[in-house]
Design a protein around this ligand. Structure first.
Ligand code: NAD
Ligand code: DAU
Length: 349
């Protein structure tokens, strides 16, 4: 696998995966295909953009002809597919765009892989990056395993579940070599500040309200994004074809407790007296269809491939908060939309 197509490489997780692969595999060509939606930001990759083994292609995964031509032009022999509409709240407002990108876009990539690899499937791989949200919602006990039945509730998770099924169907029907991973909530640098952790860090810094949905009792299982990227690298190289791996940190937090940790960490790093930002917490209307609890059992990944998270949560959160505090220009660019101008100048001449 020498010509690796990474889709969604300008997004949050994708940019960490691209950086890891470009640096770790100087003899492999990394082709980053991204449509640069509001969530895609080439500033996330400034440190590696001039690397010899890196190419950026601005394209929409839903455009089969363009995707097919990229496979041919670059001799793509493997795919790590991350491009998606990823935010649950947006999916509630605009489900159609989630079906388009996450379902039809995945299908277009699968079809391009099938068409181009048809004669020789040896040494090829289609790696689909998915989410634990496909499994639905847990009560107070238990974990999602790779055998948990799919039960998606939001338009986002329904679209990701559908894409997972299409990926498996291409394996079962056409013998396409695939692997799928389903990961829990990620946090870390370069995450678009619409998601809970970067949104709240930013709001605490700018003294804005922290809109906690419902009573803040929902539980999420948080994983540092660089640990997710390492897991993807491992599964890409050593995962069993046709198999599924759950990725998670065994790190559950009730939203309201997590918000307290964020407040404490930001206040400490800004030199504010303890408790300064507590007043910003504002309980607001709950998210429609809000899944109560996610918790991943990632023991298969540990037992079969030896993966474990590298960071303790408090350490990861402190690192993350410091990154946002030290990269205020990035935050400002992203929240003001200035970065969209940057793309226009670079790629739309
Ligand atoms: P993101 O929203 O930060 O990035 C998505 C990227 O995809 C952006 O760069 C965007 O420009 C690109 N994109 C969107 N539509 C496209 C299209 N039609 N064609 C080409 N590119 C397009 O997302 P993320 O949080 O980095 O998530 C990446 C993947 O990981 C997604 O598939 C998501 O479902 C999955 N995932 C995310 C998490 C999480 O906590 N963020 C957890 C588990 C799985
Ligand atoms: O579990 C993996 C999923 O994690 C990924 O597949 C998704 O792409 C990713 O967006 C994330 O989904 P969530 O909906 O769990 O993440 P979000 O950051 O939007 O919300 C985390 C929790 O915080 C959730 O219970 C909703 C709550 N929340 C979120 C926001 C944005 C709030 O209370 N207030 C907020 O303003």
């Amino acid at each position: 696998m020498n010509n690796i197509l990474i889709t969604g490489g300008a997004g949050f997780i994708g940019s960490h995966v691209v950086r890891l692969f470009v640096k770790k595999y100087p003899n492999k060509n990394i082709i980053n295909l991204d449509a640069l939606t509001y969530a895609g930001n080439l500033e996330n990759l400034k440190d590696i953009e001039t690397s010899e083994n890196y190419t950026f292609v601005k394209a929409d995964i839903c455009d089969f002809e363009v995707v097919d031509s990229i496979f041919k032009q670059y001799g793509i022999d493997s795919v790590i597919h991350l491009a998606a509409e990823s935010h649950v709240d947006r999916s509630i407002k605009d489900p159609l765009s989630f079906a388009r990108t996450n379902v039809m876009g995945t299908l277009s990539l699968l079809q391009a892989a099938k068409t181009n690899w048809n004669d020789d499937l040896k040494g090829k791989l289609f790696y689909h990056v998915s989410t634990d949200e496909v499994y639905g919602s847990l009560g107070d006990d238990g974990f999602f395993t790779e055998k948990t039945a799919y039960d998606p509730h939001s338009p986002y998770s329904a679209s990701k579940a559908s894409s997972d099924h299409f990926v498996r169907s291409f394996h079962d029907t056409y013998k396409l070599p695939i692997v799928i991973s389903n990961c829990s909530n990620n946090y870390g640098s370069f995450q678009f500040p619409e998601k809970l952790i970067p949104l709240f860090i930013n709001n605490i810094c700018t003294n804005k309200e922290l809109p906690v949905y419902g009573e803040g009792k929902n539980v999420r299982d948080w994983l540092f994004v660089e640990d997710h990227a390492r897991a993807i690298d491992l599964i890409f190289h050593e995962g069993k074809l046709g198999d599924t791996y759950n990725i998670g940190g065994f790190n559950e937090w009730k939203n309201i407790d997590l918000v307290q940790v964020l407040i404490k960490t930001v206040d400490k790093l800004l030199g504010n007296p303890e408790g300064t930002s507590d007043k910003l917490i504002t309980f607001v209307k709950d998210r429609a269809g809000h899944d109560y609890r996610y918790a991943i059992d990632s023991s298969k990944l540990k037992e079969e491939l030896g993966w474990e998270p590298s960071l303790q949560f408090e350490e990861g959160i402190e690192k993350t908060v410091k990154w946002y505090l030290n990269n205020q220009d990035w935050v400002k660019n992203v929240t003001s939309g200035d970065y969209l101008k940057y793309y226009k100048e670079m790629y739309e001449k």
